[in-house]
Design a protein around this ligand. Sequence first.
Ligand code: AMP
Length: 131
Amino acid sequence: MAYAYDNQNIFAKILRGEIPNSTVLETEHCLAFRDIAPAAPDHILVIPKGAYVNFDHFGNEASDAELLDFSRTVARIARDTGAAPDAGGQGYRLIANTGRHGVQDVPHFHIHLIAGRQLGRMIQNENGEKS
Ligand code: AMP
């Protein structure tokens, strides 16, 4: 199975420095930056620097070092935003939209970390109704 990566996607351009971003944290293998249309007071996108389309691409093909760095980066941001429950925070949600049914807009793997307000229950259909 070959994954097709479009190197003109907006996150690829961010990684190349072609368009600006609001960086929260940069590590050897990851970049975390604020979502341009935040759904909550803290809405941070964590992306690998490698050219991965989605979670299964990343999970199947990334190196151990990339996988480890990604997990640690997400966890560190959960702590640094103050959202992590074990650090006294009120919690957060992680989302990895994937493909058409998952309503993925940007075809570079990313996790949304959303925090800072009470969220609703999880799944809505395309009309915004619970499904
Ligand atoms: P998804 O539907 O999971 O692919 O979400 C893509 C996310 O990228 C959306 O929440 C957008 O608001 C966000 N986004 C798009 N362009 C930018 C940008 N230039 N900087 C930061 N976030 C962006």
